[in-house]
Design a protein around this ligand. Structure first.
Ligand code: NAP
Length: 306
């Protein structure tokens, strides 16, 4: 006999887990397919100082562990696998993970976004060999070394700040002459004696075979190219939404899931929360708020339609 769920939630970052907490308390018995990288981007973050309720700050993984515990307290079921495919043309919807096949009346997609790369063949070849997108995960390998961080946003500042505690030097390479990061983070980074900036410059090639040894930098104003020896390259240039598993079944907008009335996807009964549909705010607290809204809309939908 196939069991039909009322609600399946895909994703276990702040959006997915907040959706689960509200759904479980609302007796929807949600199933969360948490993904192999359960917890989302906050699992790769150290100090979270802007999530309300933690005046001393909290570590990203601790915050996610607390949210998960809260969802479990109200009987959320977790499947720690990736979703392979969804069929949103049939009713109930069918969701396939690596070992499970679920049928569900409603779906919340909260799969978040993943780090972007520069797209250079030499960068791709050296990922894990001195090229990384996660200072928290890999920073320790660069203790007392010289590294570069590429990017001018909040992520790049956070990465640089974390690396400055471990590395001999951190050079932020940015393609413009001003940062888009929030001013508090800019000030923090600029106050570190071992962080410096190279402005109006792009990394155009990574050099090295078994390990990165240097990068080729291009001054975008003068066109001049120079080589800079380094031990590590951290790419922090933004994120792309995780939508591959949808295989075109929902309308997208600039690659993000398109929503109407905040949480409704283009197929009735499918709701969306967090960074997978938000290219503007992308905060843990806004994702959590979106998760709450998505579940409230699921409840309304079930009352009206089932
Ligand atoms: P972002 O704000 O989109 O910044 C990306 C940066 O990378 C920009 O400076 C951009 O340059 C640069 N860039 C993009 N593509 C590039 C390329 N191909 N080559 C070189 N440089 C490139 O992304 P983010 O920093 O990941 O932040 C995303 C969101 O998460 C933001 O809303 C941010 O506030 C939030 N966030 C918050 C925190 C926090 O501590 N509160 C931490 C991390 C992220 P341009 O400036 O020239 O466009």
């Amino acid at each position: 006999m196939e069991i039909q769920e009322k609600l399946v939630i895909i994703g276990s970052g702040p959006a997915g887990l907040t959706a689960a907490i509200y759904a479980a308390r609302g007796s929807l018995n949600p199933v969360v397919i948490s993904g192999r990288e359960a917890g989302g981007q906050l699992m790769l973050t150290t100090d979270v100082d802007d999530f309300p309720g933690f005046p001393e700050g909290i570590q990203g993984p601790d915050l996610m562990a607390r949210m998960k515990k809260q969802a479990e307290r109200f009987s959320t079921k977790f499947i720690d696998e990736d979703v392979i495919s969804v069929d949103l043309k049939r009713r109930p919807f069918e969701i396939k993970s690596e070992t499970c096949n679920l049928l569900t009346e409603t779906l919340i997609i909260a799969t978040g976004a993943s780090a972007m790369w520069l797209g250079l063949p030499s960068e791709q070849k050296l990922i894990g060999k001195g090229v990384s997108s996660c200072a928290v995960c890999d920073g320790y390998f660069f203790k007392d070394k010289d590294v570069i961080v590429v990017g001018g946003g909040d992520t790049a500042m956070r990465e640089a700040q974390h690396l400055s505690k471990l590395c001999k030097s951190v050079t932020i390479v940015h393609r413009r002459d001003s940062l888009r990061a929030q001013s508090a983070l800019q000030n923090l980074v600029k106050s570190k004696p071992n962080i410096k900036f190279i402005w109006n410059t792009e990394v155009i090639e990574c050099l090295g075979d078994e390990k990165i040894k240097a990068v080729k930098l291009k001054d975008v104003k003068s066109g001049k190219i120079k080589e800079m020896p380094i031990d590590g390259l951290f790419v922090a240039i933004g994120h792309k939404p995780n939508v591959e598993f949808l295989k075109g079944q929902l309308e997208l907008d600039k690659g993000y899931i398109k929503v109407k009335n905040e949480t409704h996807a283009s197929v009735d009964g499918v709701f969306v929360a967090g960074d997978v549909s938000d290219y503007h705010f992308r905060q843990a607290v806004t994702a959590a708020g979106a998760g709450c809204k998505a579940t409230m809309d699921v409840e309304e939908y079930l009352e009206a339609n089932v």
